[in-house]
Design a protein around this ligand. Sequence first.
Ligand code: GTP
Ligand code: MG
Ligand code: ZN
Length: 355
Amino acid sequence: MTATSARTGRVLALQANFCRVRLDRPGPSGETDLLCTRRTRLGKSGQTICVGDRVTVDGIHWPDGRGAVAALEPRHSLLMRPSVANVDRVVVVVALRDPELDPLQLTRFLITAEATGRPVQLVLTKADLLSPEAVAAWTGRASGWGYPVQAVSTRSGEGLQALQASLAVPGIAVLCGPSGVGKSSLLNALLPDLALRTDAVSGRLRRGRHTTRHVELFPLADAAGEALLADSPGFNRPALPRDPQALALAFPELRRVLAVNPCRFRNCRHQGDPGCAMGIDWDRYGLYGQCLVELDARPDVGRARPPEAGLRLRGDRLEPLLDPRLRRSSRRRRRQQGEEGEEGAAELSPPGPAG
Ligand SMILES: Nc1nc2c(ncn2[C@@H]2O[C@H](COP(=O)(O)OP(=O)(O)OP(=O)(O)O)[C@@H](O)[C@H]2O)c(=O)[nH]1
Ligand SMILES: [Mg+2]
Ligand SMILES: [Zn+2]
């Protein structure tokens, strides 16, 4: 009999129906990780295990390096996409070029990151592809939004030491951003023994190829305490919060002003409304406005209309409802909505292959 009593640890990666758990204490023969099954009762209580979760493992069989997750500790934070629990910092990564830096897309990533309630920092990659002046213009602009910004290049090595230093603090940091911006390249540069797969951006749209498929946590070498850095699959269009108030709070420049100087009206949209504390003279005024417009256009925001009218979510894809009672109205609705319907589908389905 090789089964031993329970051990605690952290989920580093999910692999099919298993999760890889890094043990807090090595096993009898120095085992550091266990491949664990997930117990159904965790599922029944509505809990899905995420990378970053703290778990208790039992039923350990040391010779096979196997065990089963028996319990999940409460989380202090959760990044929704990619799903990572107990995130301490979110590092939004976008390229300065190739793919082109899109301020609206960057803003959407920052909004997703803000939803964790944890510090957010910004890394601008491929600094070698722009002039130093153009790089400085972007870093200056994004700093003005209220974020610590670092420009880096894995080609020239620029900014890598400073980034390593800013990440070598205890806790979990997640690199998230569009595909092809160089997240895996960055991890490879920071952890030379790693050799993660990377791939060139492709096609007319210069999109990434979705090279990374899973979230995985890696211990940062020579960091004080337990510094873990997660690589994640890139995606192109993060969702927005449903609530306009939550949207406003996801803009630090807005948040900061409102904290000391509230607008005249509680439901101020900060879009040139009378008595707005922000006014209209701020850099992301237009980007914030674009996000608001998108929220307004959504059938499920602030109205009783159910989101499933005509379409339903399956996994992260939208499918037409097949219920015959709904079929006619859904067709009419789709016709009426025209482009808007397609836009919704584009947001909720995974980005297609590049090129
Ligand atoms: N010029 C330049 N190219 C870079 C730099 N960093 C990465 N690249 C290139 O960008 C491409 C994409 O890099 P990846 O590291 O695979 O990008 P990723 O963000 O991990 O992409 P996904 O895994 O698809 O989300 C590769 O061809 C890299 O060689 C850089 O600093 N400068
Ligand atoms: Mg990658
Ligand atoms: Zn206002």
